[in-house]
Structure formats: structure tokens, C-alpha cells
Write a new protein. Structure first.
Length: 261
């Protein structure tokens, strides 16, 4: 169990480190397409995933995201296709064109204006993001509500699963006529609430069969464990009670024993 927890923790830390590294190296961005200048490659409402690249990795045919600063207005963010790459030494100049536009864009783009190169396009996702942005309060309330539900509905522990397996075994014994309802209810109290098992139950073959079954349920329930018998060299089954007492059963010894805490 501890090794499993350590493996999960290591995997989580490795995933977090890889995520941070990817964001540091590639600075991925989601761009919502707002115009039809790139039809039929991209439509309004599509989302493009762009990552940071070096100027020498941009070639004709690539789609890039870049900023165009227009004097006396706010900067525009455009997503167009590269149609020409010019470079003199280490300096690059790009010419772009919208797939739906008849002519290339009349301006040059320098590497410092390029935000990234488009890798993938997700159709219509932008409309979902717009809706979330416009209904942020509702989204937060629903998310918090779901989080509270997930916190309340905890997955069953290994102990709970083991207890259910044992109860299923007993229920099957009742259905097959090997155990009466009264015995089942007494054993159910032992399993669910740690009640002490009645010594007289030891004489019933169904209970002996149940105890033998429990010997094979290793790790099923922390209230049951195998110990060395104090009167013979065989292994005995120890059932822990809620008040600290234990019921010890050994199939080679004639009498079960109640041990004080």
C-alpha cells in the first residue's frame, strides 16, 4: 500500500514538473478565431493552439499568431498563414495571408511580433469559452457544488470493501440454507461494529466454515488477522473487538478463547 502511494505521488510530481517545463519552453496559448479570414481552414468560434517557436522553425505554409500594432489604436492579434520568409543573416521577415483573402497582407512581420505557431485547431470550442466567460458566476457555483459532492461521496476504503465481501459470503450461506438468520445477524454485528462473537456459535458448522473463509481474506479487513496459536504450533485467527478484546479461533484446538485486552 505504501509503495502504491509513493508511486502515485512520484507520478503526480513528475506530471507537474513536465507541465511546468512545457509551459516554460513552449508558452502554449489558446486563440479564439473571431473572423472568417482563414476559411475554410478555420472558422469563427474555432480555437487554435499555438506554441512558441524559433524564427528559423517558421516556414511558408505555417499558420502563425502575431501582433500588429496600428498607430493610435489597440494592437491586433491576427492568425494568418505564412506565404513568404525572407532573412538576412539572423534577421527574419515574414509575409502572411488569410486563406480567404485574395491578396497577402500589405505589412511585414518581424520575429518579435510572433506569439507562436498553430499546431492544432479545435472546431467550435471558442463558443463554449465565450459562454463560460459570460456565465462565470454560474460556472463557479456548479464547480464548487460538484467539488463538495465529490468530497462527500468518498470512495469505499479497502476495509469497507473487505467487510462487504465477507457479508456477501454470509448472505450466500443464508440463501443456500447453510446458516440461519439469527446466526447471520450475530456475525453481521461482529463484522460491522466489532461486537464480540458468541462462543456458543463455535459449534455451528456454518460458523466454522465462515472462520475458515476469513483465514483466506488477507488484507480484507483490519479487524481480522492471523496469529500464532498460544497452545499449538498452528496459525490461529484473531478477531478484534471494538472494546479491545479479541476472539481467537484455532481449528486444531477444541475451544475458542476470549483474550483480555
Amino acid at each position: 500500500m505504501e509503495n502504491r502511494k509513493l508511486a502515485k505521488l512520484t507520478a503526480g510530481l513528475a506530471l507537474a514538473a513536465m507541465t511546468i517545463l512545457v509551459f516554460y519552453l513552449y508558452s502554449p496559448r489558446l486563440i479564439i478565431i473571431t473572423s472568417g479570414s482563414m476559411k475554410p481552414t478555420m472558422f469563427p468560434g474555432d480555437v487554435a493552439l499555438a506554441v512558441k517557436v524559433s524564427p528559423e522553425d517558421i516556414r511558408p505554409g505555417d499558420i502563425i499568431v502575431y501582433r500588429r500594432v496600428v498607430p493610435y489604436t489597440s494592437a491586433q492579434v491576427l492568425t494568418h498563414r505564412v506565404v513568404e520568409v525572407r532573412h538576412e543573416g539572423d534577421y527574419y521577415i515574414f509575409k502572411t495571408k488569410g486563406d480567404a483573402n485574395p491578396e497577402p497582407d500589405p505589412w511585414d512581420i518581424s520575429p518579435r511580433d510572433v506569439s507562436g505557431k498553430v499546431l492544432w485547431v479545435v472546431p467550435k470550442l471558442g463558443w463554449v469559452l465565450y459562454w463560460i466567460r459570460g456565465n462565470m458566476v454560474s460556472v463557479v457555483l456548479v464547480t464548487v457544488g460538484l467539488g463538495l459532492v465529490l468530497l462527500y461521496v468518498q470512495p469505499a476504503s479497502e476495509e469497507d470493501r473487505g467487510r462487504k465481501r465477507v457479508l456477501a459470503y454470509l448472505a450466500r450461506a443464508v440463501l443456500e440454507g447453510k446458516m440461519d438468520n439469527s446466526t447471520f445477524e450475530k456475525l453481521k454485528l461482529c463484522i460491522e461494529y466489532g461486537h464480540e462473537m458468541d462462543v456458543e456459535l463455535r459449534s455451528q458448522p456454518a460458523v466454522v466454515s465462515f472462520l475458515d473463509f476469513m483465514r483466506g481474506q488477507k488484507g480484507a479487513d483490519v479487524k481480522y488477522q492471523e496469529i500464532s496459536c498460544v497452545t499449538c504450533p498452528e496459525k490461529a485467527l484473531q478477531l478484534l473487538s471494538a472494546d479491545g478484546r479479541t476472539f481467537v479461533y484455532c481449528k486444531n484446538c477444541s475451544e475458542p478463547r476470549i483474550k483480555p485486552s
